[in-house]
Design a binder for this molecule. Structure first.
Ligand SMILES: C[S@@+](CC[C@H](N)C(=O)[O-])C[C@H]1O[C@@H](n2cnc3c(N)ncnc32)[C@H](O)[C@@H]1O
Length: 450
């Protein structure tokens, strides 16, 4: 496949995202499905991710270059203009190739008429780049590459940290590994990475975490196929530490991971503790990924596709497994709740295009329903760990404050003397760190004995 078609494929894959009708969730598979040659796949991915990351600014520049916006049916041409600008501004593609091959890719999307328009816009951008950038950058959301609603929410929530947060959101996140304690140690695995010529260092906070200096294909990692390591951000790994007081030395403890897919935290818990684990997710397709992950790691759990907010959850759990008799309640529950993903924007930059301000209230309402429903499945004395990859208080500290106010038998036990994050109400907030961990929130709750 030529580079021209690679650009055309990137444009096609960006169309649903630009129209907020789809995401880049299955980007690797979609690129392969378009028949993109191996050597061009990284380029297509970099274009799609890059355009989403810088979208607010690229879109503002495109608006300056066009006499009138493209019609919705020509979103593929709009996508080509954005990815042309992205190459000129942020990629090491020679400028002449960025212009001519992007314009030529109009033929690849079946719009030969757009070749001239794209050529004209991109050449004008080359001539007037400094002035055009200065003009659009007067608008803070454009200059900071964030949608206006999100920038406002971040400023409100984090008056001292919002600028650093924006900068972190605009970078690609580091590749972080979790060492499987059942098979090796972090020190031993660091040595193996060194032997394989992969530069890496121990994470600051997560005991099993290793951060790579540069991302590599997982199959280049020694022992990946055998289950020695997994890819997981450092913040996500802190879940096992927070549950350690409830699970360490309690072999066979009955644990429910209610929103488990794709299975990172379930797997970590099983690597660290000997548990009777039920892992569920509402999405059967995503739940299948939990099964695949556990199989690679040589771990085992009961898998159920179910809606954890459903009024019949107890019955469903009872039917799904004799061992998980809901009447007794679980010793520990992990609610890694569906959320805005505002702590992981750098890993899912399409969030900048697909999320709306109105989603936050809907998500907070769902999280509250999940909390209330799952609380009923927890044994007296049991622990529920609430987690989100959000940095918005409505989904985090405010959510937990409201839950505690309406739940007399709940008490927060989130430690305050942690080396990571900051106290946020009754929980712990990690803000996305440049070159470090993702944005995350945890609150540990205990069901008071009657
Ligand atoms: C943040 S992800 C979980 C990540 C996972 N814990 C991990 O570490 O790999 C949230 C998950 O919640 C699932 N989900 C959303 N609504 C749900 C519901 N009502 N019941 C169960 N799962 C739900 C989504 O399908 C998604 O897989």
């Amino acid at each position: 496949m030529s580079a021209i078609s690679a650009r055309a494929v990137a444009a096609k894959l960006l169309v649903p995202v630009i129209n907020a009708e789809g995401s880049l969730a299955s980007l690797d598979a979609d690129i392969a499905a378009h028949g993109v040659a191996e050597r061009d796949r990284g380029f297509v991915k970099a274009l799609c991710f890059g355009v989403c990351r810088a979208y607010p600014r690229l879109d503002a520049l495109a608006a300056e270059l066009l006499r009138q916006p493209f019609k919705k049916r020509d979103s593929d041409v709009q996508a080509l203009l954005l990815l042309g600008l992205y190459q000129l501004l942020h990629m090491r593609v020679p400028a002449h190739a960025a212009v001519s091959e992007t314009a030529g890719a109009a033929r690849g999307v079946g719009k030969a008429w757009a070749t001239r328009v794209l050529n004209g816009c991109l050449r004008r951008f080359q001539r007037e780049s400094v002035a055009l950038q200065a003009k659009v950058d007067r608008d803070p959301p454009v200059a900071l590459w964030h949608p206006a609603w999100l920038l406002k929410a971040l400023r409100q929530a984090w008056p001292d940290a919002w600028q650093a947060l924006c900068a972190a959101n605009n970078e690609a996140g580091p590749m972080t590994l979790r060492v499987n304690r059942r098979r090796t140690t972090r020190d031993a695995y660091l040595e193996r990475l060194g032997g394989a010529g992969i530069e890496a260092s121990a994470c600051h906070f997560a005991a099993d975490g290793i951060q790579l200096a540069a991302a590599v294909d997982v199959y280049q990692l020694p022992g990946f196929a055998e289950g020695d390591v997994s890819v997981q951000d450092e913040s996500a790994q802190l879940c096992a530490d927070l549950l350690a007081p409830a699970l360490e030395g309690r072999d066979g403890a009955r644990v429910f991971d209610a929103c488990a897919a794709p299975g990172g935290k379930s797997a970590h818990l099983l690597e660290r503790f000997t548990l009777d684990l039920t892992a569920s997710d509402i999405d059967p397709g995503r739940l299948a990924r939990v099964g695949a992950t556990l199989e690679r790691l040589g771990l085992d759990a009961r898998l159920n596709a179910l809606d954890a907010s459903s009024a019949t959850l107890a019955e469903t759990l009872g039917q799904a497994s004799d061992a998980a008799a809901p009447s007794a309640g679980f010793d520990a529950i992990l609610l890694d709740a569906p959320c805005s993903g505002t702590g992981v924007i750098r890993r899912h930059p399409d969030i900048k295009l697909t999320r709306r301000a109105s989603d936050i209230g809907d998500l907070a309402a769902l999280q509250a329903r999940l909390l209330d429903n799952l609380w009923r499945q927890l044994a007296p004395g049991g622990t529920l760990l609430y987690a989100t990859c959000s940095v918005l208080p409505a989904e985090n500290a405010e959510q937990i404050a409201a839950f505690l106010a309406r739940t007399p038998d709940a008490r927060a036990t989130t430690p305050e003397d942690l080396a990571w994050g900051q106290t946020a109400g009754h929980g712990r907030q990690l803000l996305t760190a440049q070159g470090g961990h993702d944005g995350f929130f945890y609150a540990r709750l205990e069901k008071v004995l009657p």
